[in-house]
Design a protein around this ligand. Structure first.
Ligand SMILES: Nc1ncnc2c1ncn2[C@@H]1O[C@H](COP(=O)(O)OP(=O)(O)OP(=O)(O)O)[C@@H](O)[C@H]1O
Length: 341
């Protein structure tokens, strides 16, 4: 079932109460479904940064594991900014073969290749004035990366087979679950395009780093099911909190759908949850060696910094420490040089 508009567009104008999930809508200058006003510190940092990014027109790279909500956030960035009334056009670069993708993105003129029986506008043109989401951008073939770079540099699109360029104002959001930096090192992603795209970055944390959000999201997904109201028992809640959620929000949503379908009464017990949750070693089991406080601190500091897109001033504020202290810690970790202030 598609998510209701309010849930897709957390920064847009909306009613006082979300009509679909009945979460209250807060107003902080911008209206936001409280489901997005996430409780976890990692997500609060993401939301703050996302609100600022929505006001810009610069390219954005959305990073995050599969199912962390990259497309949902891409829509939110579009609807929360000045382009909201213009089109939002998503394209999955991994799902379309290279040769086809070029004409899909740029369009073509009649006779450009066999089968091109008429002129056709591409997705860049379709997104004029608005936003183009290049999902799975890490799958973009190298040959097309050069062309995309040219479009971004010149602000013009040339249809395949045409001699004329068309000036276009399109904001590009690129999403990927891959490590683009590593792809650059392996020669699979152009460095110039990488830097052209990552003017702004937003990293969506995996669900396991958003412990405080798991149960509210689970309840939200349950409320979207068209079944009599269901509630999670404490034992089921504990399992949700212990699981590692490799599929993130998508997996959580599916788990709630599964549980709603198989439970007969109102109570959702552990046995109603998908098997992987029951089989998984728990978070509390000592699978990994126990870590020192310094190791945990380092991981947390770097996670907050990544969520802030490397902006040290913002990270220091969230961590509740001074910028100098943060800088010193980063230097100790050997991270300071690579990061912006
Ligand atoms: N904040 C949210 N609230 C409710 N549902 C969400 C939220 N974020 C994501 N979802 C839901 O989780 C699922 C995955 O979201 P989305 O497709 O945006 O993730 P993604 O990171 O783009 O995934 P992939 O990398 O696999 O394409 C979708 O069903 C989406 O509606």
């Amino acid at each position: 079932m598609p998510l209701p508009d309010c849930c897709q567009e957390p920064f847009g104008a909306g009613p006082e109460r979300c009509s679909a999930c009945s979460h209250q809508v807060t107003s902080e200058g911008l209206r936001t479904c409280t489901r997005f006003a996430a409780q976890s510190p990692a997500m609060q940092a993401v939301l703050r940064r996302a609100r600022a990014i929505a006001q810009s027109s610069a390219p954005v790279v959305l990073l995050g594991e599969t199912g962390t909500g990259k497309e949902v956030f891409a829509r939110a960035l579009h609807h929360g900014g000045a382009r909201a009334a213009r089109p939002f056009v998503p394209v999955n670069c991994g799902a379309i073969p290279g040769e086809l993708l070029e004409s899909e993105l740029l369009g073509h003129v009649r006779g450009a290749f066999s089968g091109a029986v008429a002129d056709k506008a591409g997705l860049f043109e379709a997104a004029a004035g608005g936003t183009l989401l290049l999902d799975e951008v890490g799958d973009l073939p190298l040959s097309l990366q050069v062309k995309l770079l040219r479009v971004l540099q010149d602000g013009e699109v040339r249809r395949v087979g045409s001699n004329h360029s068309l000036a276009l104002d399109v904001r590009v959001i690129a999403a990927t679950h891959k490590d683009l930096g590593a792809l650059v090192e392996r020669g699979l992603f152009r460095e110039d395009l990488y830097y052209r795209l990552k003017v702004l970055t937003l990293r969506l944390p995996p669900l396991r780093e958003r412990l405080a959000d798991i149960l509210p999201l689970a309840r939200h997904f349950l409320a979207l099911e068209r079944t009599p109201p269901r509630r999670l028992t404490p034992a089921a809640e504990e399992l949700l909190l212990e699981y590692r959620w490799p599929g993130n929000l998508r997996e959580l949503s599916n788990a709630m759908r599964c549980a709603s379908a198989v439970a007969e009464g109102a109570a959702l017990e552990p046995e109603h949850l998908p098997e992987e949750l029951l089989r998984a070693p728990t978070r509390l089991a000592p699978a990994a060696p126990l870590r020192t406080l310094a190791q945990v601190e380092r991981e947390h500091v770097l996670a907050v910094l990544a969520a802030c897109g490397g902006v040290q001033a913002e990270a220091a504020r969230i961590l509740g420490i001074g910028r100098n202290t943060l800088w010193r810690k980063l230097r100790e970790y050997g991270e300071a040089v690579a990061l912006s202030s």
